[in-house]
Design a protein around this ligand. Structure first.
Ligand code: PLP
Length: 837
């Protein structure tokens, strides 16, 4: 039995060991407050002269981060000890937004932090508001990746995200004279308290050079190498002790690369070379649903693929002697074709670096890769010139040729003599300039191919990928998108959250279908009154934002009619403006009996090179100026363009909206996720039968959804005899709208600027067929206006929309990915607190 002294010495020795476990950090208000003050005063060196809310933000972030890191380490060691199967989510985009509020919610310290800051006399909203958005994505695709990570951690699934640490995220948008101006987004300027640099896991990535084939083995030599340095971000689950990882790669120059140039006496060239290397992760390409084919973009894609796969193989080899069960323990989910060069890169690493045979490597690749398609738009389908591949990634091109040759011989066996089919299905598109079709590479190299809504998956199978569907029908599956209810309801709508908690309990936060119980309250007058009160407060918050950012006054009695999303012709912001002009015409004509007051809000970024999208922004602003300054209009109609639409703006917009505009040409919007955020927060959708709108309609029923427009089949059937000029002529409302637009009424000092917009509406080959849905849209808007006049009816619709949003949680989406594709075991992390008891 040890005596007192030696046991004290023992424990002293323990505390001197820097690697010995520390006692768990307090989760109470006092402990958090103390750490906050210590970080503020000691670590950041501030005192009461500090007026900016940046330092208080940083101090709180560090205090919260410590608590995340405790759980993060446990999560890592649990996964390692369990040797569990893992999924790696590869994406060029993660549109994370802000981290602080989400971390506080998921760590379950909201009340404690609130109390601490009331005692400190500091406004927590100011602190939250000073965090910059992590805007490492364009729109829906990048935000989906972020919502997926939240749900994976909440469902206790061992999933790691891999992406790029862009120095410049999505550009910031401001409006000058009605036009979009892009400003650089230097989001890392003041440091990022959420990231942890991991230089010990730096990888070396090859570019250019050439290959040498020496008796069966291949060497890729004379390459220009770039270092990939990982930065980890914590991804906490909702109140479960899990903290998963998002690993972002930053490009850095290799030392010897510089040295070589330096020794040759060319100091400036050495620095330039360093710049070239570091340019790879300099900027996010701001194109949504279109490819610009820049060489640097292919460099980014390969850089992500190669670094991530190397990282996975490094970790695998630390714990395993062979690759025999690699395929049983690993899965790569490719977020669109952007990371699809991974198929060839995994082959390369397994063969050239790990010594596996082609057949062994192909077995592993084809049973670990899974591909998600996000769009049917032909301009978004990635194809890279063979020439570019040859120069930049010569070894990868050889592997792609071999994959293609073996694949085509399989096709030829199944359909002998069908050379047209071989040409159609080839990964290499022959022509003036031969191209590598990245989507085909992804399909051939994957065991799963999924679309993101039921209609979208059907259209993939019947159209774009029909040949592949005939060959491998079992490979295709649907996974309808979702959004995380933590960020998009619990955190962004505290008023509604309280009402939901007191009505159905708080289980809905991790079990969204539980909201269905609300339906029984939809007709209850006192519940309706509370619901209306919450909505009104949220509308006031949104009105405040619109006042500050647009200098337009929104009246909370009016219907808030909102369309926020990337500006693209297929999303048809133009149709929305045509309706606004129609309402303006009615007001000018005195046709305002039983009028519903409306505040129309439109927001979104246009790709900097997309001229038509930029012109649509100018048109919105021009119409807004005329409408808002016409004394005859008064408060019957207000129009505003919200600049710099982003995640943190949507967190104010969705709770404050009445009507959600989801009006894409049917068959063009793969899923949409903005539609789900609005629905969850009790907005009613006016929408076409497109993407996930169809599934929203299925959930809420026709009486709670304002449906209009052609179906995707009708759109395709009408294309051949589409005559917009005749449609306009035969509709007096439409004619008046076009007359006003064509008269230059909205652009008095800039004659002719909207001619391209007018031509696109009148063009019989308009791919988006805006005119075809005009009448149906106007009638649906009138129906919405009438419904809004009956506030009891409207509130009932609003309640039903929230109540039926359960299916659109990413918790459901991720459960389906896991059930059908990943097959991971749920892995619980032991609690930090229990450990010491
Ligand atoms: C949800 C979201 C999107 C996607 O919106 P859609 O309407 O589905 O196109 C785009 N950008 C941001 C900032 C979002 O939060």
């Amino acid at each position: 039995m040890p005596n007192r002294e030696s046991s004290a010495a023992e424990s002293k020795k323990q505390t001197c060991n820097p690697l010995a476990p520390l006692p768990p950090l307090g989760m109470d208000a006092e402990a958090i407050s103390f750490d906050f003050r210590r970080y503020f005063a000691h670590t950041l060196g501030r005192d009461d002269h500090c007026t900016s809310s940046h330092y208080p933000y940083k101090a709180l972030a560090l205090a919260v981060r410590d608590r995340l890191i405790e759980r993060w380490k446990r999560t890592r060691s649990t996964y390692e000890n369990d040797d569990c199967k893992r999924t790696f989510y590869l994406s060029l985009e993660f549109l994370m937004g802000r981290t602080l509020s989400n971390a506080i919610l998921n760590l379950d310290v909201s009340e404690e932090v609130n109390r601490a800051f009331i005692d400190l006399g500091i406004n927590l909203d100011d602190i939250r508001g000073s965090e910059p958005d992590a805007g490492l994505g364009n729109g829906g695709l990048g935000r989906l990746a972020a919502c997926f990570l939240d749900s994976c951690a909440t469902l206790e699934l061992p999933v790691r995200g891999y992406g790029l640490r862009y120095e410049y995220g999505m550009f910031r948008q401001h409006i000058a004279n009605g036009y979009q101006i892009e400003d650089p987004d230097l989001w890392l300027r003041d440091g990022n308290p959420w990231e942890l640099e991991r230089p010990e896991y730096t990888q070396r990535i090859k570019f250019c050079g050439h290959t040498e084939h020496i008796n069966g083995s291949v060497r890729w030599v004379d390459t220009q190498d770039v270092l990939a340095v990982p930065y980890d971000l914590p991804v906490p689950g909702y109140r479960n002790g899990t903290v998963n990882t998002l690993r972002l790669w930053k490009a850095a120059a290799t030392d010897e690369f510089n040295l070589e140039e330096f020794n040759a006496g060319s100091y400036t060239e050495a620095v330039e070379a360093k710049n070239d290397a570091e340019h790879i992760t300099m900027v996010l390409y701001p194109n949504d649903a279109s490819e610009n084919g820049k060489e640097l973009r292919l460099r980014q894609q390969y850089f992500l693929a190669s670094a991530s796969i190397k990282d996975v193989i490094r970790e695998w080899k630390e714990n395993h002697g062979s690759f025999d069960d690699f395929a049983d323990k690993n899965c790569f989910q490719l977020n669109d074709t952007h990371p699809s060069v991974s198929v060839a890169e995994l082959m390369r690493q397994l063969m050239d670096e790990q010594g596996l045979s082609w057949d062994q490597a192909w077995m592993i690749t084809g049973s670990t890769m899974a591909y998600t398609n996000h769009t049917l738009l032909p301009e978004a389908l990635e194809r890279w010139p063979v020439k570019l591949f040859e120069c930049l990634l010569p070894r990868l091109l050889e592997i792609i040729y071999e994959i293609n040759a073996r694949f085509l011989s399989e096709v030829a066996l199944r359909w002998p003599g069908d050379t047209d089919r071989l040409r159609r299905m080839s990964i290499i598109e022959e022509g003036q300039t031969s191209m590598v079709r990245m989507a085909y590479l992804a399909i051939v190299g994957s065991f799963s191919v999924n679309g993101v809504a039921a209609l979208h998956t059907e259209l993939l199978k019947q159209g774009l990928f029909h040949d592949f569907y005939e060959f491998w029908p079992q490979r295709f599956n649907n996974k309808t998108n979702g959004v995380t209810p933590r960020r998009w309801l619990a955190a962004c709508n505290p008023g509604l959250r309280r009402l939901l908690d007191e009505t159905v309990g708080n289980g809905w936060i991790s079990d969204l279908p539980a909201l269905e119980q609300l339906v029984t309250h939809a007709e209850n007058v006192s519940f309706q009154r509370k619901w209306q009160q919450v909505k009104r407060e949220n509308k006031q918050r949104l009105a405040d934002l619109v006042k500050i950012d647009c200098n337009v006054g929104f009246d909370c009695d009016a219907m808030f009619d909102v369309q926020v999303k990337r500006i693209h012709e297929y999303k048809r912001q133009l149709l929305n403006i045509l309706h606004v002009i129609h309402l303006y015409n009615r007001i000018k004509a005195g046709d305002t009996k039983n009028w519903t007051k409306r505040c129309v809000l439109i927001g979104g970024k246009a790709a900097p090179g997309y001229q038509m999208a930029k012109l649509i922004i100018k048109l919105v602003n021009s119409v807004a100026r005329v409408v808002n300054n016409d004394y005859q209009v008064g408060d019957l109609l207000k129009v505003a363009f919200l600049p710099n639409y982003r995640v943190s703006a949507m967190e104010v917009i969705a709770p404050g909206s009445d009507l959600s505009e989801q009006i894409s040409t049917a068959g063009k919007e793969a899923s949409g996720t903005g539609n789900m955020k609005f629905m969850m927060n009790g907005a009613v959708t006016i929408g076409t039968l497109d993407g996930a709108n169809i599934e929203i309609l299925e959930e809420v029923g026709e009486s709670n959804f304002i449906l209009f427009g052609l179906t995707s089949e009708e759109v395709e059937a009408m294309r051949h005899h589409y005559m917009p000029n005749r449609i306009i002529d035969q509709d007096s409302d439409f004619k008046r709208v076009m007359q006003l637009l064509e008269s230059g009424y909205f652009n008095q000092f800039e004659p002719g600027i909207f001619d391209p917009v007018i031509e696109s509406i009148r063009n019989p080959y308009d791919p988006w067929m805006t005119a075809a849905d005009f009448r149906s849209y106007i009638d649906a808007q009138e129906k919405a206006a009438k419904a809004y006049l009956d506030q009891r009816q409207w509130i009932r619709m609003s309640i039903v929309n929230s109540a039926k949003s359960g299916r659109f949680s990413t918790d459901r989406t991720i459960q389906e990915y896991n059930r059908d594709i990943w097959r991971l075991n749920q892995t619980s992390i032991p609690s930090v607190i229990e450990d010491v008891q």
